[in-house]
Design a protein around this ligand. Structure first.
Ligand SMILES: [Zn+2]
Length: 365
């Protein structure tokens, strides 16, 4: 990204700054280009790194619009804009509306409901709902977690079944799906450093309905490097998968053991609590089919924090414990992280006004 664009984003602190920065459509397009293509333009169809601007060129009935490029590869010749093959593909909304919406969503502490976003932006609620999902799709992350990684299993929307190895009740019985508890697996990478300025680790969670605990753990374990140091509670299924990793330590929750020196799953439990608070406080109800998208957003928000210091707290027993203090990355700077994984992720408006995810994987990023 160019120095001037970065400086411009760094200067956005208040709503007023943001509205001023995102007022001009042409400027928003250039900003978006520098975020989607931080290392220069890439053809979204073939990944070729050379293309030419064809704005103003005669295209028969009309002239090519600003921001239209053509791939220079002789085999491809694909014509594209910065939004092609992203969740903004073929959007009818101005880019300035998109940028404002993304900033507002990221600026809020836990997210905004589509009703609130619609009111603030002056768009319809279904449009705001789709904007929110575009953000959620772009902030999904694919790289492997490493270092010390905590794994945890929890349920959304109610208490857990007695034995998590039992198959979920009511499987295949459609009428019950909405009231069912949704099983979730979470993995959280501990921050490598807790000196001021260090970033929080990545956190991911996924709905694992219909999977046994063992299969669910295997599914998330594919996102963790084998050299990682795994931390979990003592469930048998965790112990089994833990053998594949360089190290695995467990805390014995059933005997009220929660922390043994560095062996704990406090980060994962903190993330779990954040997921619950966000869903209860902001989204109220999320459909199981789209739950993973909300979890992408919550995981991304978790990662967009930096350490500001440590506070010493006294526990009830008089023991001192250190608590890490965090601040959030300014929303305008988070935008860079959002758009750098935009190409390849595609959703379309469905006939019923909802969304269809066409592709959830970023390409050429
Ligand atoms: Zn191409």
């Amino acid at each position: 990204m160019s120095e001037t664009m970065l400086a411009m984003l760094s200067n956005i602190r208040t709503v007023e700054d943001m509205v001023a920065a995102f007022r001009d459509e042409e400027r928003c397009r250039r900003l978006l280009e520098s975020m989607v293509w931080p290392n220069g333009r890439v053809c979204p169809a073939c990944g070729y790194k050379r293309s030419t601007a064809i704005a103003g060129r005669d295209m028969g009935k009309r002239r090519a619009r600003p921001g239209l490029y053509q791939c220079s590869s002789g085999d491809c010749r694909f014509q594209f804009t910065v939004t092609t093959h992203t969740p903004l593909h073929a959007t009818k909304l101005p880019l300035r509306t998109w940028l404002k919406a993304m900033w507002l969503l990221l600026q809020s502490d836990k997210g905004l409901s589509s009703v609130r976003l619609a009111e603030t932006l002056g768009v319809s609620q279904p449009t705001a709902w789709r904007i929110g999902h575009a953000l959620r799709l772009m902030v999904a992350r694919e790289h492997m977690l490493d270092g010390t990684v905590e794994v945890d299993h929890f349920y959304l929307g109610g208490r857990a079944r007695k034995d998590p190895d039992d198959p979920p009740p009511g499987r295949g019985r459609k009428g019950q799906v909405k009231t069912e508890k949704t099983p979730v697996m979470a993995i959280v990478q501990r921050p490598t450093d807790i000196t001021p300025g260090s970033s929080a680790g990545d956190a991911r969670a996924a709905v694992v309905t219909g999977l046994s605990l063992r299969a669910a753990i295997r599914a998330v374990a594919t996102q963790v490097e084998l050299r990682a140091h795994l931390m979990s509670d003592e469930a048998k299924a965790f112990v089994a998968i833990g053998e594949s990793f360089a190290a695995h330590e467990t805390v014995n929750h059933s005997s009220s053991e929660y922390v043994r020196d560095t062996v704990h799953v406090n980060s994962a439990e903190g993330f779990n609590a954040r997921v619950r608070r966000t869903i209860a406080g902001v989204f109220h109800h999320i459909s199981p089919e789209l739950a993973d998208l909300y979890l992408h957003e919550i995981g991304f928000r978790w990662s967009q924090r930096v350490v500001t210091g440590q506070a010493v707290r006294k526990t009830r027993s008089g023991k001192e414990s250190k608590k890490i203090l965090w601040s959030r990355v300014p929303p305008a700077l988070q935008l860079q992280q959002v758009f750098r994984a935009a190409t390849g992720r595609q959703m379309r408006r469905s006939h019923s006004g909802g969304i269809t995810i066409k592709s959830a994987v970023a390409v050429f990023g």
